[in-house]
Write a protein that binds this ligand. Structure first.
Ligand code: HEM
Ligand code: HEM
Length: 232
């Protein structure tokens, strides 16, 4: 059980934390930024190896709407993370300092542009798997179903959604995702922790949206199946 908790809960949580940490480039400086980013990519290798069965089963079974959504999210995530890895190798000044391939501004811009997209799609990805995360958490903590706990969690999800929308605006995420150049950088000399809090709730808010979108699709699928069964 502890291994399941480590692989299915701790590992994704550490990866998400490293991702947010790497965003704080101007607080960390180049060396730590590259080390945390490289660590994240290393853990990603572990995450993908552990979930390799998903890739092996791609060609079998039936594809309903939810399975298509998960597939498209993984392709999208795969593309953006590949761009992030490739640009990291190209612009590295510390980890691969001997082989610094380029200083080209467009490659650097592509690096941070893909980084912001990775953050958002990882949140969508986590949201699409949230039911599994909750099931694993319930099993690890040996929790039995409780309507009070469900109500509290739903309220927390609503709050995260509201705070996430506010933080999305505060951080100017839409400008970052549209390749818009913003002169508004986070001022780390005056505040550090709000930067991490804002990015965390942006990710949580997107994950909540994605989780409930999957819940709606599940309900729609059930209704469709019931109505076709009723007709036959
Ligand atoms: C910071 C990055 C990432 C985080 C936080 C994250 C998080 C998660 C979580 C919470 C789960 C469900 C628990 C589990 O089964 O392990 C999961 C599953 C999975 N993730 Fe990720 N993930 C990340 C990156 C990626 C990337 C880049 C890919 C490649 C496309 C990927 C592919 C998968 C696959 C194939 C599964 C299993 C899906 C299934 O069995 O239905 N993940 N991930
Ligand atoms: C989790 C993975 C990573 C994320 C999310 C990320 C994100 C970012 C962001 C947002 C910036 C721009 C800072 C700014 O100008 O506002 C940046 C800059 C940079 N990153 Fe990364 N990065 C990651 C991994 C890496 C890795 C692994 C390397 C190298 C091995 C790297 C090398 C660099 C360099 C050299 C810059 C400075 C570019 C410049 O302005 O001259 N990054 N990164």
């Amino acid at each position: 059980m502890l291994r399941v908790a480590r692989d299915r809960l701790l590992l994704p949580a550490v990866m998400a934390a490293l991702l947010i940490l790497a965003l704080a480039y101007w607080w960390l400086d180049n060396g730590p930024h590259e080390i945390f980013g490289t660590l994240m990519f290393g853990l990603l290798g572990w995450h993908l190896t552990m979930n390799r069965r998903w890739f092996l089963k791609l060609r079998s079974g039936h594809y309903d709407t939810r399975r298509w959504v998960v597939l498209v999210t993984h392709i999208w995530l795969g593309i953006t993370i590949t761009v992030l890895v490739v640009t990291s190798v190209l612009i590295s000044r510390s980890v691969l300092s001997l082989a610094q391939f380029t200083n080209n501004v467009s490659v650097i811009e592509l690096h941070w542009f893909s980084a912001y997209w990775v953050v958002i799609i990882v949140a969508v990805h986590a949201g699409t798997h949230w039911t599994r995360v909750m099931t694993v958490t319930g099993n690890v903590l040996r929790l039995s179903p409780s309507p009070i706990r469900s109500g509290i969690l739903r309220l927390a999800a609503l709050l995260l959604l509201c705070f996430g929308a506010w933080s999305f605006f505060v951080l100017g995420v839409s400008t970052k995702l549209t390749f818009g150049y913003s002169l508004e950088f986070w001022d780390f000399t005056s505040r550090v922790s709000p930067f991490f809090a804002h990015w965390t709730v942006v990710m949580a808010g997107v994950a909540v949206l994605s989780h409930y979108a999957m819940t709606c699709l599940r309900l729609l699928d059930k209704t469709r199946i019931r109505s076709t069964e009723g007709q036959t």
